[in-house]
Design a protein around this ligand. Structure first.
Ligand SMILES: [Zn+2]
Length: 128
C-alpha cells in the first residue's frame, strides 16, 4: 500500500495513542485507516471551510471508539450503547492473573499458556 506523507503522520499518531490505551493489537490496518481518514478529513475541512460541522465517526468497535476519543474525533455507535468514557485496558491472563505489557495481547501466557486477554483497568479507590 502506498500511503501519502500526510497519512503516514496520522498513522504514527494513531499508533502512539493506541499503544497508550492498550488498543493497538485490536486495531486492524483498516481500523487505523478509518481513523487516519477522519484526521485527514477534519484537517482538510478546516482548511477549506471556516465553519464546518464536526465530523462524527459511526462505529460499534470499542477499540476504534476508544482511540478516536484520544484523538478528539467524536463517535457514535448505532447498535450498541458505545463507550461512556475512555478505557485504559489492562492486559492480563484470566487464568493466573499475571499482568502483561499491551504488546502481549492475544499471545500465550508465559506462566500457564492460556491466551492473554484484556479488561478495562479499574480506577483505584482511595482509602478513607
Ligand atoms: Zn497465565
Amino acid at each position: 500500500m502506498n500511503i501519502p506523507e500526510y497519512e503516514n503522520q496520522d498513522f504514527s499518531k494513531i499508533e502512539q495513542f493506541a499503544k497508550r490505551s492498550g488498543d493497538l493489537k485490536s486495531l486492524s490496518m483498516n481500523d487505523q485507516g478509518i481513523l487516519a481518514l477522519c484526521l485527514y478529513l477534519e484537517r482538510s475541512y478546516k482548511k477549506q471551510y471556516n465553519n464546518c460541522p464536526k465530523l462524527t465517526l459511526i462505529t460499534d468497535d470499542y477499540s476504534i471508539q476508544n482511540v478516536a476519543r484520544l484523538l478528539e474525533i467524536s463517535t457514535q455507535s448505532f447498535k450498541y450503547k458505545g463507550i461512556k468514557k475512555y478505557i485504559q485496558w489492562e492486559i492480563y491472563c484470566k487464568t493466573c492473573f499475571k499482568i502483561y505489557n499491551p504488546s502481549m495481547f492475544g499471545k500465550e501466557c508465559f506462566v500457564c499458556g492460556d491466551i492473554i486477554k484484556r479488561r478495562p483497568r479499574k480506577r483505584r479507590k482511595r482509602k478513607l
